[in-house]
Ligand binder design. Structure first.
Ligand SMILES: [Zn+2]
Length: 221
């Protein structure tokens, strides 16, 4: 492979990636793809699981365009989250839950989602600039595939406990360090949220995309 000269991106600090980090990224991505594959096979062979997938998407919030800044998860990420834990009601990160008056419960294991590396969308100007750079030989003319990595740190509401008196059921933690006193399962905070389910055809399409033939890698490289 010929090495292509790369112009350093302006105004952006490049993240230093050691071989160990790269390896960790690759293995967590491989594990995620494996989990996704197995979950997709399950959903596509069991109508009840497919229906649960759609309900989870409706409750945690999903969006059509994974690259958009709209709230919600891409259907691929819904599938990845559901592959790790089911059912799911309402997901967010550690800080999000603090803002909701809840804290991640002691011993809870975070869930991973795919995150895109680099900026989400190119403006026309940026696209043009890339073409110019390619014409000058600074970078490959091949369209660049988005790169993803797996980021841990997502928790479902059922993995959190009230940090102060729960406004729904009145459960009070025993103190500021208490990360075990939980709301009763009947607490409204655990109720699935009303949202629109993804169309069945779209759900099936996204799940089918997660199925990898043996030996096929994730296509990222
Ligand atoms: Zn509660």
């Amino acid at each position: 492979m010929a090495t292509t000269k790369k112009k350093p991106a302006k105004g952006r600090k490049s993240r230093k990636v050691t071989p160990a980090m790269r390896e960790r990224d690759t293995s967590s991505r491989a594990a995620a793809n494996e989990a996704l594959h197995n979950y997709a096979v399950l959903c596509l062979s069991d109508p009840a699981e497919l229906e649960l997938f759609r309900s989870i998407a409706a409750s945690i919030g999903w969006k059509y365009d994974p690259a958009s800044d709209d709230p919600g998860y891409s259907l691929q990420n819904v599938a990845l989250l559901a592959a790790q834990r089911r059912p799911l009601v309402h997901c967010g990160g550690f800080t999000y839950w603090l803002g909701q008056g809840r804290v991640v419960a002691e011993g809870a294991t975070s869930l991973g989602t795919f995150r895109r590396i680099g900026r989400k969308k190119q403006t026309e100007e940026e696209k043009q600039r890339e073409e110019e750079l390619a014409a000058e030989g600074w970078q490959s003319t091949k369209p660049r595939r988005p790169k993803y990595y797996v980021k841990k740190g997502t928790f479902d509401v059922t993995q959190t406990v009230p940090r102060e008196q729960c406004p729904h059921c009145g459960t009070v933690p025993t103190g500021p360090e208490d990360r075990t006193t939980q709301c009763p399962t009947s607490c409204a905070v655990f109720a699935p949220r009303l949202g629109s389910k993804p169309p069945i055809a779209l759900a099936i399409e996204v799940l089918q995309e997660q199925i990898k033939d043996e030996g096929e890698d994730d296509g990222d490289e």
